[in-house]
Structure formats: C-alpha cells, structure tokens
Design a protein. Structure first.
Length: 197
C-alpha cells in the first residue's frame, strides 16, 4: 500500500514540506511495508480546471501541464491514502492546492478512483490560530466529494488534522505541539488505510 503526500506550497523546501516530510517519515518508521511518495507542487506547473469535458471520456486532459505526470500515481490501485499539506493563504488553501484538487475531477469522472481512499490534511499558519482549521475544512470538502474517508489526527491531540505554527519563536521546527499533530495524522491515516485494506 502507498500513501501519497502532496505539498501545496508555492515555496520550495519551507514549513509545509517540512511538516509533510515529518508526517510521511512517521508512517515509514511506524508502519513497515507502507510506501510513501511526496509530490511537491512548488516544482510543478498545474493549471486550474477549465471544465473542458475532455476527462469525461477517460483519464486525460486538454491541458499540457505537469498534472499529466500525476494521473498514474493517483489512479494506482495500490494507493491507499492521500495527505494534502497546504499553507494558509487568506484563511484557506493555496491556489496551487486548489488547482490540484480541481484537476482531480478526472478521477471522480472515471470510476470514482479515490473512493474509499483515506484522506488527511495538514495546514501551516503564521499564527497558532491562523486559519489552519478553515483551510483543513476546505480540503476536506474536496475529499468528501471524491467519496474519500476523511480522518483527523486522532490519538492524543484529536483535531481536524495536522496544524503547524510557522511563526513560533525559533521557527516552525520548534512547534512541538504542531509537529505532534502532524505525526498523529500520519499514524491515523496509515492505521485507517490499512484497516480499509
């Protein structure tokens, strides 16, 4: 089984990718045999959906961009879960994350390929209460439309997902509580995905 992590920040190698790396590393270290893969949208060009209708006829799109390289990964029968990580921009996800989720409509239109896959979300805000939960809810909405099984961080933190604070004194790597929510999300996603198998 594979867990796919999608880093939705436009910035390279910053707090969002660090949070997702931490989450995926927790899965790899605590769930032997579960593969992880990270897709970094900061290094890709993914346009917003045009609703051109091309994907109603199969797993293809009229747009020539980097999303085409992700189609096989997302449609892989071995995929058990998807974790989306996004910074908070104006109280919600980034435009890169939204474009990615909108383009995933092709998976819904071609047999609901994400149905019963587990979904989890990490959000990184500049403040402790900087919109992380509203951003997580927005991504959850897209996951629910895909008929995914949405989980939170469970365990000892019990929230909607991983919530990192990038503005903490000393930098985001010092946010012990936020990193615990990120690790717990990874544990919960892997646990439920394995149970679904």
């Amino acid at each position: 089984m594979k867990v796919l992590g999608v880093a939705g920040s436009p910035r390279v190698e910053k707090s969002t990718k660090f949070a997702l790396d931490t989450c995926l590393e927790t899965i790899r270290s605590e769930f032997p045999g579960v593969e992880t893969e990270l897709v970094d949208l900061s290094k890709m060009k993914i346009n917003g959906c045009l609703d051109c209708g091309t994907c109603k006829k199969g797993l293809s799109c009229s747009q020539e961009d980097d999303f085409k390289a992700l189609t096989g990964i997302l449609a892989d029968a071995n995929l058990g879960a998807v974790i989306i990580a996004t910074p908070v921009y104006f109280g919600t996800m980034t435009s890169q994350t939204k474009a990615f989720l909108d383009r995933c409509v092709m998976l819904k239109r071609n047999g609901a390929l994400l149905r019963n896959k587990v979904g989890g979300v990490i959000a990184v805000g500049g403040f402790r209460h900087g919109g992380q939960e509203t951003a997580i809810h927005a991504v959850h909405a897209a996951m629910l439309i895909q008929d995914m099984i949405v989980v939170g961080d469970g365990n000892s933190t019990y929230h909607f997902g991983g919530t990192l604070w990038s503005g903490i004194s000393g930098g985001y790597k010092q946010d012990a509580f936020g990193l615990e929510t990120v690790k717990n999300l990874g544990r919960r996603v892997a646990e439920v995905a394995l149970h679904m198998r």
